[in-house]
Design a protein around this ligand. Structure first.
Ligand code: UTP
Length: 306
């Protein structure tokens, strides 16, 4: 890595959050509500994601929305009527909770007319992002706030240049559900060089058990790579396919490195993982946790007796 380049590069400030998918795994809940608005305890899943961007000092957030976008926009906007009602009641703590989401970041929205895939959703960010590197956080992927990942990815991108993806080792029997990376180690224990990528590999064809999870720090060259990417799996324009091409380059968006994440992560678009996220986060909450844990213990004991 050329040290001068590292010093000249400005730290990234923009986050892009694709939230325009159809959410078919969660129907009928997602018929009229984006899946990113489903509550995890008492906050919509998307709020955790915007909070994560903010915690990594990304204060400019572009959300890629689709149909049913109103709920997303409204959630990050002020609600004066509600604020007034809570003020009249003197309910300061709820007032603060209501204002939290509108004070988080400078929010921008762009609409992805047709949900033609994650690659296509990211391409919708090009006019806003321009020629700077940027982060992508999938709106349905929840990283536990106590296991920071994004700041580490930004540091690695500053160190190595190119693009950085987040990887997680999964059970080899599950790898067909993810994008999968062929990797070689680097001198840093949690960083690998990505040499190839394949979206949802068929059984026996996965190059590793390292799965791509929903965080990326991308060089703007990704936009041209996406434009050249034909529809792939499921007829969608896949971000993985564009990144695959970039992983073969040494510049112009490459190389691609992976940060291996070992913390807690939930796919809130998957019903099982969504339930696990709620139980875990509820147990750990100071206000709800003690009562909920007591109930959960007795429920599990009863279940084990059946
Ligand atoms: P998913 O692969 O989870 O697809 O998208 P989906 O359509 O949202 O959900 P299912 O599989 O039908 O249940 C991963 C992320 O990419 C976004 C989604 O909103 C989600 O955050 N996405 C996907 C888009 O923004 N646009 C697309 O065209 C596809």
């Amino acid at each position: 890595m050329v040290r001068g380049m590292t010093e000249a590069r400005t730290r990234i400030t923009k986050a892009v959050i694709p939230a325009a998918g159809l959410g078919t795994r969660f129907l009928p809940a997602t018929k009229a509500t984006p899946k990113e608005m489903l509550p995890v305890v008492d906050k919509p899943a998307i709020q955790y994601v915007v909070e994560e961007a903010r915690a990594a000092n990304l204060s400019d957030v572009l959300m890629i929305t689709g149909r049913n976008k109103r709920a997303l926009e409204d959630h990050f906007d002020r609600n004066y009527e509600l604020e007034e009602a809570l003020t009249r009641k003197g309910d300061e703590s709820r007032l603060a909770r209501v204002r939290e989401s509108s004070d988080l970041a400078t929010m921008h929205y762009v609409r992805q007319g047709d949900p033609k895939g994650l690659g296509h959703a990211v391409l919708c960010a090009e006019p806003h992002v321009g020629d700077q590197s940027f982060a992508v956080l999938l709106g349905d992927d929840l990283i536990d706030p106590r296991d920071p990942l994004l700041s580490r990815m930004i540091d690695i991108q500053e160190q190595f240049g190119g693009s950085v993806i987040a990887l997680m080792e999964v059970d080899p029997a599950q790898i067909h559900l993810y994008g999968c990376a062929a990797i070689v180690p680097t001198a840093e224990a949690d960083v690998v060089r990505v040499t190839d990528l394949v979206e949802k590999p068929a059984a026996g064809e996965a190059p590793s058990s390292y799965a791509i999870i929903g965080r990326y720090v991308l060089d703007p060259a990704v936009f041209d790579a996406i434009k050249k990417t034909p529809p792939g799996r499921g007829g969608e324009i896949q971000l993985t396919d564009a990144l695959r091409e970039m992983s073969h380059r040494d510049d112009d968006g490459g190389p691609v490195h992976g940060v291996v994440f070992t913390g807690r992560r939930y796919d809130t678009g998957d019903r099982g993982d969504y339930l696990r996220a709620i139980v875990r986060l509820a147990c750990e909450r100071e206000d709800l946790g003690p009562d909920f844990r007591t109930w959960l213990r007795s429920y599990v004991t009863e279940e084990m007796q059946d």
